[in-house]
Design a protein. Structure first.
Length: 177
């Protein structure tokens, strides 16, 4: 016992627990989602939120929390709202520019299955992606005719021609030979 340098009372407190021992604390407290590559702050937050989630498992709030913890947002539709089979619900998950890989989708399905009410079944999972930003759009209409008027007996030189390419810089420029 004298070789132990960590105060045992700190091992059960996520913020005071040594970082090397956080995976064991997460296992002891039944943390549902864990990634060894997370930074220490994210690991501590996952352990701290675990109690809240376990108290609310089987509710829409728990399903929403596991989705939001992945960086996504969700919209629910219960069976009585949309006329589906009783005991089912639909879920639309917006990936919010985070992106979705097959591994992430499997993890999302697992977490939803753990957090949803046992009496409810997922009838439809719709994945949506949206992008926010500024789109700069410009348009221009250029219309007209070029008319050359020559004297009645004048024959124009055919060595100058117009190749139908116009540069839109405010001046008329003709390119070609």
């Amino acid at each position: 016992m004298s070789a132990i340098t960590v105060a045992l009372r700190t091992l059960w407190t996520p913020a005071a627990c040594p970082v090397d021992l956080l995976p064991y604390l997460a296992w002891a407290l039944s943390v549902d989602r864990w990634d060894k590559d997370w930074p220490a702050e994210r690991k501590i937050a996952a352990i701290q939120q675990s109690y809240w989630l376990h108290r609310r498992k089987g509710t829409r709030a728990a399903v929403r929390r596991v989705i939001e913890d992945m960086g996504f947002s969700a919209t629910f539709a219960e069976w009585f709202d949309v006329g589906d089979e009783p005991g089912t619900f639909r879920l639309e998950v917006d990936v919010n520019e985070v992106g979705l890989t097959p591994k992430t989708l499997d993890e999302l399905n697992r977490l939803i299955g753990d957090a949803k009410p046992v009496s409810r079944h997922l009838a439809q999972l719709k994945i949506a992606a949206s992008s926010r930003g500024t789109a700069w759009i410009g348009s221009c209409v250029f219309d007209g005719e070029i008319i050359t008027v020559y004297p009645q007996d004048y024959k124009p030189d055919d060595s100058i021609y117009y190749d139908e390419m116009a540069n839109y810089d405010g001046n008329y420029h003709y390119s070609g030979g």
